[in-house]
Write a protein that binds this ligand. Sequence first.
Ligand SMILES: Cc1ncc(COP(=O)(O)O)c(C=O)c1O
Length: 377
Amino acid sequence: MADAPTVTDQPASDAIRRHDPHSRGFASDNYAGAHPEVLTALALANGGHQSSYGADAYTAHLQEVFRRHFGPAAEVFPVFNGTGANVISLQAVTERWGGVICAETAHINTDECGAPERVGGLKLLTVPTPDGKLTPELIDRQAFGFTDEHRAQPQVVAITQSTELGTCYTPEELRAICDHAHDLGMAVHLDGARIANAAAFLDVPLARFTTEAGVDILSFGGTKNGLLFGECVVVLSPDRVRGLPYLRKETMQLASKMRFVSVQFEALLTGDLWLRGARHANAMAGRLEAALRTVDGVRVQRPVQANAVFAVLPREVTERLQKRYRFYVWDERTGEVRWMCAYDTTEDDIDGFAEAIAEELRAYAAQHDRSGVTGPA
Ligand SMILES: Cc1ncc(COP(=O)(O)O)c(C=O)c1O
């Protein structure tokens, strides 16, 4: 009979590698690989048998880890991804007739394929914002019709920290939103896909702008900050939340081998890996913005607070740059692009990219000078 494979068995060679591990772009922080400390933790959690579906030693310990950051009432539910974390969080604080007030630019509205509506069965009540941030006044544009049976009932305000536009709410701004939402009988959900970048920018503990501000439930991001995969739903106000364990299973977000999600978060949050990675990513975005200040033809559009830089430059230049580096056009209409930095972006990456932008802009200017055409900046 053949022996069972052991956990120390290694791949025979690196012949299966299909990409250049030194090549990085600016498309998304989730293009980055996993942090070596996370991979080490995964290897340590491997081997032997552990109970499945979260009844393992790593998930039990994770409760402690999250309570250190969010206070003694916090309860953590590891899931596979951010969309799932958002959908089940929102479901857990609403009824079947619930509506979700959110910014028009919120990921739940723009990038989740309608999952909050289709899977969660929730009506999104969106509000245009200048910078991705809600305020009590903006919330009021959708906070009406309570008790009107013709209207989906606003039951939760959903905010993103840091926002999809790279901006951050201050703890005071969040406190004002939570107070306002609670006064109107609504809960508050925070999409923290990039919560670490916000904490790094604000330079405050995670609880300062979540638990202490009055946030009821949040999605805690790991994938964009060095994890292989995985996010967590963190319940901060147990009294406002119902049925999370059932919603997680029903929504197909219950991992059987949960120890491998949990141990990654333990590696991230026990020491300062979460903060180191986020601070570094933010610093790289700051470095890119600073480098571009002296480059003609590119305009940084928004305050650079977390790890994103939004800029406008001629479309032709964008297309040429995209042949050299991966990144997304954020707004096809205006030509605004988004450059994301990650925990593993290097100073050389930034300097090389800034030089490539300057080079392409110079080539563009020379070409248009020759042809007598001036392009839009
Ligand atoms: C603001 C925000 N929320 C949530 C997510 C969740 O994403 P996913 O379902 O891909 O893990 C993302 C990913 O891009 C995001 O940017």
